[in-house]
Design a protein around this ligand. Structure first.
Ligand SMILES: *Cc1c(COP(=O)(O)O)cnc(C)c1O
Length: 413
């Protein structure tokens, strides 16, 4: 071993983000490498939920829609997300789930680009992205919507004049591989296609530049790197230039120009507000709103720098243990090509993850053979990576993963 634990302690002492860890509730003796799947609880969220439930809901009741501006939360939370995805004001709204937002925006795009019917995506996109398009084919018929999937490396060549929409996730959930948003967006536009990026593994982890890349649409998730809590509301982005013509298909009263006019006919609100549908879930929005306040003191570039350093340290340490030579990297070695997670392939990946969890190190398993570790710079320390790789070495070297108790599969992996 050339890297020592004290070297990592020194890195922690010099870490400009080091103080952020105290702003989370983190269980003692746990190294949490799964903040890319469910971000941990920010202490400010606990306080906010107490206030929103006891005082705003409990005491002020229905008045709170106005006095605490509950009605404005989808847009005000959207505005807090906007700088994290490189969006000028008025283009992001926090609403519904990522899956529902995908549905709304895929339909919107097919209508805007109505001479074409193909939605192009990649074979190992996150399944919900593919399922939503498959469901639309079932609903609209193959003559109106056809899903075409190709391998990751073949996306650019597959952009032909039948493609209405390019639908991609910027950072792959399984491998952490990151697409080049600028060049793929430009290639899609040259081919006459619109683009919808899923930012679930990007926002809060890698700098995103939606406006600068001239992206048309985007969606993303509130409970991963944004720490909004389990099932937190998601967000969607529609570029200003499309908003007047763009119509989403779920015409609910909250997307109406005048919800409290209670008129019989739908008239879409101006701007991003028309992408809302029903009554927003205030408890979830308030939690995400409080979690986003962490970003007032942190720059996404700092977060990215530390994420790259944590990932490089992880790879270096794995390389220093001979027994870990059996692990094959599941994603790009070059930090520029990855998001904020790293993974390794091993035939006993499931057992390895379970054995690590038993040792207080929480990563996760992704089919078919990937041990996945999320690197969340807001609360992870360099020593955490040191200790995690030491435990990984112990599990692999001693084949601790063969223990029968680590083979039981739960519903959520
Ligand atoms: C986590 C994730 C989702 C989640 O969608 P939900 O509707 O919130 O369940 C969608 N897309 C990607 C790429 C994800 O990683």
């Amino acid at each position: 071993m050339t890297t020592r634990r004290q070297d990592c302690e020194a890195l922690d002492r010099g870490d400009p983000l080091g103080g952020m860890r105290t702003r989370f509730h983190l269980p003692a003796d746990l190294i949490y490498l799964d903040g890319n799947s469910l971000g941990p609880l920010p202490l400010a969220v606990l306080q906010r939920l107490e206030d929103v439930s006891r005082r705003q809901w409990g005491e002020d009741l229905i008045k709170s829609w106005n006095t605490h501006d509950w009605i404005g939360l989808p847009q005000s939370v959207g505005e807090k997300i906007a700088p994290l995805v490189g969006a000028a004001p008025g283009q992001v709204i926090c609403t519904d789930s990522t899956s529902i937002n995908l549905f709304k925006l895929v339909v919107t795009a097919l209508k805007l680009n109505s001479g074409r019917r193909v939605v192009l995506s990649q074979a190992d996109n996150f399944p919900t992205d593919l399922y939503i398009v498959q469901g639309l084919t079932d609903l609209l018929g193959a003559e109106r919507c056809e899903l075409r999937v190709v391998e990751e490396s073949a996306v650019a060549q597959a952009l032909d004049d039948s493609v209405a929409l390019l639908l991609l996730t910027e950072v792959n959930f399984r491998t952490g591989a990151r697409h080049d948003m600028a060049s793929l967006t430009a290639a899609a536009h040259r081919a006459g296609a619109l683009v919808l990026w899923d930012l679930s593994h990007s926002a809060g982890a890698v700098p995103v530049h939606l406006d600068a890349c001239e992206v048309d649409f985007a969606v993303g998730c509130g409970y991963k790197f944004l720490n909004g809590g389990p099932g937190a509301p998601a967000y969607l982005y529609v570029a200003s230039r499309h908003q007047e013509q763009a119509m989403q298909p779920l015409w609910g009263w909250m997307g109406h120009r005048q919800p409290f006019g209670f008129q019989g006919d739908y008239q879409a609100a101006d701007g991003i507000g028309r992408f809302a549908s029903g009554t927003p879930g205030i408890l979830g929005l308030a939690a995400l709103d409080a979690a986003l306040d962490l970003w007032a003191d942190v720059d996404v570039l700092q977060v990215r720098q530390k994420s790259v350093a944590l990932g490089d340290l992880f790879h270096t340490l794995v390389g220093e243990y001979p027994a870990l030579g059996v692990l094959r990297p599941a994603g790009p070695a070059d930090a520029d090509d990855r998001g904020s997670q790293i993974g390794f392939r091993h035939p006993e990946a499931y057992g390895i993850v379970q054995a690590l969890i038993a040792r207080g190190i929480v990563g996760d398993f992704r089919e078919p053979d990937i041990v996945r570790f999320g690197l969340c710079p807001m609360f992870l320390r360099y020593v955490d990576v040191f200790d995690a790789v030491a435990a990984l070495n112990e599990v692999v070297d001693r084949q601790a993963y063969l223990d029968a108790s680590y083979r039981q599969r739960s519903r959520v992996t």
